[in-house]
Design a protein around this ligand. Structure first.
Ligand SMILES: NC(=O)c1ccc[n+]([C@@H]2O[C@H](COP(=O)([O-])OP(=O)(O)OC[C@H]3O[C@@H](n4cnc5c(N)ncnc54)[C@H](OP(=O)(O)O)[C@@H]3O)[C@@H](O)[C@H]2O)c1
Length: 333
């Protein structure tokens, strides 16, 4: 059987992705065979698909760190043909063929039954971005952070992770302050639940080890200077979830916020999140954390051949929200 896939290959100019037809028998192996209907575009997909960063650890592989679809066969008794499932991270588009192919084989431990209340399309819209927000919230809750600590700041707010963070965190009671470089979308961010919108370009990072304490907590997708500023401005016993590096991977700060304010800096790594957490996090995303504005957060849908254009927009910082990928036609539920 032949499938269509956006496959990333090593070329003389570095890794490049392109649309191909390939035998399904050449897919990387896994216990659960999935007919993929939906995927989405994440920052990491753009890095991998353009070769802008070395995401793949073997070549060639189909891109796409998210997949939502229907099981066609399984050697693991937890799954049966016809089950609706979602797979995020877990080696997809790193060591395994990912969601940008009409079929994939996944290790059973990575596959989650679609929770009651979500469609496959909605699961892909949430995808790694929403899963990461829920995981970040779980980490923040574990150190005792609550809305009572004060305003919660989200950076890179118009990005996929950012918009889902604004939606989900405001839903659970945080007073969300959205930081964006695209203030033309301030109204959209308010619709998602932001109480305030800050222009990233007007943020004065300051230079002292401790600046005026303002934020109860933070979810940072940007890294670099902005994350350093957050460490200096989070209130005593507040916490920051470090999620991304859209603005840089460096972090220059001092130990002062940690030893004088007791703040926490928490890492979030969705790709290799412990297996036991996956289903629980998805249950929360279908229930109390269910985003209320997915229709506003999904800003476009492309087929596999539309991926390169979306990748460029993402890497230029010009993309807004989540773009869905319609991998194959089929039942949406
Ligand atoms: N740790 C994990 O498990 C995990 C999971 C998912 C994503 N991530 C990371 O989280 C980040 C966001 O991912 P995403 O999929 O949401 O990407 P995205 O949709 O492209 O969003 C990134 C956002 O960051 C802001 N931004 C872009 N370039 C910037 C720059 N040079 N300086 C400051 N801000 C900039 C922009 O928002 P504004 O214009 O609104 O400021 C942009 O929309 C990426 O670094 C990604 O790798 C990590």
């Amino acid at each position: 059987m032949e499938i269509r896939a956006f496959r990333i290959e090593q070329t003389p100019d570095g890794p490049r992705g392109r649309l191909v037809r390939m035998p399904a028998s050449e897919l990387t192996p896994g216990e659960v065979q999935v007919r993929v209907l939906w995927s989405a575009v994440n920052y990491k997909d753009a890095l991998a698909g353009t070769g802008r960063a070395p995401i793949l650890r073997r070549y060639p592989l189909n891109g796409g760190i998210d997949a939502a679809g229907i099981v066609t066969a399984s050697t693991d008794p937890r799954f049966r043909a016809g089950d609706r499932v979602v797979v995020t991270g877990c080696g997809l588009s790193e060591t395994l063929d990912g969601g940008y192919g009409e079929r994939l084989n996944a290790p059973a431990g990575c596959v989650v039954h679609l929770p009651e209340g979500l469609t496959l399309r909605e699961a892909a819209a949430i995808g790694t971005a929403g899963f990461t927000v829920a995981l970040a919230l779980q980490r923040l809750e574990a150190v005792g952070l609550t809305p009572a600590h004060g305003p919660f700041i989200v950076t890179g707010a118009t990005g996929g992770v950012g918009m889902l963070a604004v939606d989900i965190l405001s839903r659970v009671g945080f007073e969300v302050v959205a930081v964006t470089g695209k203030t033309q979308h301030a109204e959209l961010l308010r619709t998602l639940g932001a109480a305030e919108v800050l222009d990233r370009r007007t943020v004065d990072p300051g230079s002292r080890p401790l600046e005026r304490a303002r934020w109860g907590g933070a979810l940072d997708t940007v890294g670099g200077e902005l994350l350093a500023w957050l460490t200096r401005t989070v209130r005593p016993w507040g916490a920051i979830a470090a999620v991304g590096l859209a603005g840089g991977s460096e972090l220059r700060t001092t130990v002062m916020p940690f030893i004088l304010r007791g703040i926490s800096l928490l890492g979030v790594s969705s790709a290799n999140c412990p297996e036991a957490w996956r289903a629980h996090v998805w249950e929360r995303l279908a229930g109390p954390l269910r985003p209320r504005h997915l229709d506003r957060i999904v800003t476009g849908t492309v087929a596999l051949d539309g991926l390169p254009e979306v990748f460029e927009a993402l890497l230029a910082g010009a993309h807004v929200g989540r773009t869905l990928v319609r991998v194959a036609p089929g039942d949406e539920g």
